[in-house]
Design a protein around this ligand. Sequence first.
Ligand code: MG
Length: 190
Amino acid sequence: MPKPILSIDMDGTLADSHSKWLEIAREKYGIRAEKKDLVVYDFWELLGLENEEACLDIFREAWKDYRDIPPLSYDVSEIVGKLRNTYEVCINTACVGKPDEVRSWLKYNRIAYDSFHFCKTKEEKFSVKSALHVDDSAELAEKFALGGNDVVLISQPWNKALIGKLAAYGNITVASNWSDVLEISQKRGF
Ligand SMILES: [Mg+2]
């Protein structure tokens, strides 16, 4: 029997690209903010950036130096490796970095996977028929859940305020870290 698909987002889920984003924003625009200050998903307005494109440009720049982007936690490589025993792991991302940069980041951080789904839009993410999806976007988590998918939402400052609302969905579970993701996925009983 084929393994069920576990799809995983990149920015804010596997890769801590927001840390590198903040570093560039400080150097380039003098923005002094910390990760805890990013309390909404579309935080560019909050930080006084002109428009979303300026925000995405900083992410693009961050991905050019992909080696400087840390994984969300030190154990991500090991945990994704364990998840591959049970699941077919699909990297499902609409990252603004180039596909080669994202693939190189995964290799650099020794994160093995089975398939790579690089999307031009967030909506394209839904075409992966995953048994379980892991993301940091509350909006996407809700959409995946409405589509009948089980979702793990990685807790981040930009989704904290929405966690209460998402608790109403029986198929969204919040994870504080990647150890939680492993535990939640194992409890599903595959
Ligand atoms: Mg993300």
